[in-house]
Design a protein around this ligand. Structure first.
Ligand SMILES: NC(=O)c1ccc[n+]([C@@H]2O[C@H](COP(=O)([O-])OP(=O)(O)OC[C@H]3O[C@@H](n4cnc5c(N)ncnc54)[C@H](OP(=O)(O)O)[C@@H]3O)[C@@H](O)[C@H]2O)c1
Length: 328
């Protein structure tokens, strides 16, 4: 099938609220060296998309200005220097941007083949969360079987993935969330759920012996409390600062209790670093999916042209799990 010249995409017309997302016609992008062109079936919606739209998270140099960090679909064209893929292959991909569109380009090394047993809607929701969770919880945080793991925002896209992957690795999992319904969702996935409006996660974790690893997306007032909730030799990994990046902390405990504080963001990392994470996902996370130990928790589905409503849903924080855009 010949490629169209034009496609529908959703762009950020100016920094602002969900209403600044606008459906437009754009030229279909061409794959460069080492890239493929994907005909997008579904695009996952992530909190960083909302931050980009609001003007507080810039696309890295060279990335599409369109939002969208993950998608599923079919390979529509193959760029120079790419081998091992064929037009029509079903894939999902971590994107540097550009997923809110009918076509998106992506380095071939960041593709993951979608097996027959995995619906494309599920596949679109996996790359951003799986790459983030695996690289921060396992590769950076070093989570091992038998350890106590705490994730904040347990009902989020990241949180629901982190709970299941940590359980799959044999960890004992704790998760914070802000309502009884969200706590029930975390508990159903195997976490000890802590409603942070009713209980102090520091006390819960201390009573259990302390957290060996914490994955935090909140920051702010949680920073000092995270350190207190850690067991000796514990590790704290930051992936976002929804409540702010600053805190007045006594760092003596980091030294006295041999704590490690680290963190990372996925998007600005090199293509080679993302390719290394992709290899680990294929080897370790895809088998968990196939075995049914990891599943996508779907919150809601919107058409591509309803991206503003999808962002409003995300920013309401009423959602549990993933929000997805239906594209093709
Ligand atoms: N570092 C990276 O590479 C990377 C990659 C992807 C995502 N992230 C970050 O990871 C976080 C989760 O992403 P996601 O796509 O899974 O988003 P999401 O589904 O919207 O999750 C955000 C969750 O954080 C909780 N939360 C706690 N304090 C909050 C506050 N002050 N403001 C807003 N929410 C708060 C909310 O649950 P409650 O109602 O229970 O509070 C909500 O479920 C985001 O902050 C995102 O920017 C980082």
């Amino acid at each position: 099938m010949p490629l169209p010249v034009q496609m529908t995409a959703v762009e950020i017309s100016e920094p602002g609220g969900p209403g600044v997302l606008r459906a437009v016609e754009r030229a279909v992008p061409l794959p460069s060296q080492g890239e493929v062109l994907i005909r997008v079936a579904y695009a996952g919606v992530n909190r960083p998309d909302a931050l980009q739209r609001a003007g507080s998270y810039r696309a890295p140099l060279g990335a599409s200005d369109l939002p969208g960090l993950e998608c599923s679909g079919w390979i529509a064209a193959i760029g120079p220097g790419v081998s091992g893929w064929m037009v029509g292959d079903p894939v999902c991909a971590l994107l540097p941007g550009g997923g809110y569109a009918e076509f998106a380009t992506c380095p071939a090394a960041h593709l993951i083949k979608v097996p027959k047993w995995l619906p494309l809607k599920d596949a679109a929701c996996l790359p951003e969360t799986c790459f983030t969770v695996w690289s921060n919880v396992v590769m950076r945080g070093g989570l091992r079987a038998g350890e106590r793991f705490l994730v904040h925002g347990g009902s989020s896209g990241i949180g629901t993935t982190a709970i299941q992957i940590a359980r799959g690795l044999g960890a004992r999992v704790f998760a914070t969330a802000g309502s009884a319904e969200k706590c029930a969702a975390c508990a159903e996935l195997g976490a000890t759920a802590i409603n942070y409006r009713e209980a102090d996660f520091v006390e819960v974790l201390k009573a259990a012996g302390g957290a060996d690893l914490i994955l935090d997306m909140v920051g702010g007032s949680y920073i000092g409390r995270d350190l207190r909730a850690l067991a000796d030799d514990g590790r704290l990994v930051f992936i976002a600062f929804l409540e702010g990046p600053k805190a007045d902390i006594n760092f003596a405990q980091v030294m006295m209790r041999r704590l490690t504080v680290t963190g990372s963001t996925l998007r600005p990392q090199s293509d080679a670093a993302k390719a290394a994470i992709a290899r680990e996902i294929r080897a370790h996370v895809w088998p968990m999916l196939q075995a049914g130990r990891l599943r996508v928790i779907h919150d809601s589905e919107f058409a591509l042209t309803e991206a503003a409503a999808a962002h409003a849903r995300m920013e309401s924080s009423a959602h549990i799990g993933k929000i997805v855009l239906r594209v093709g």
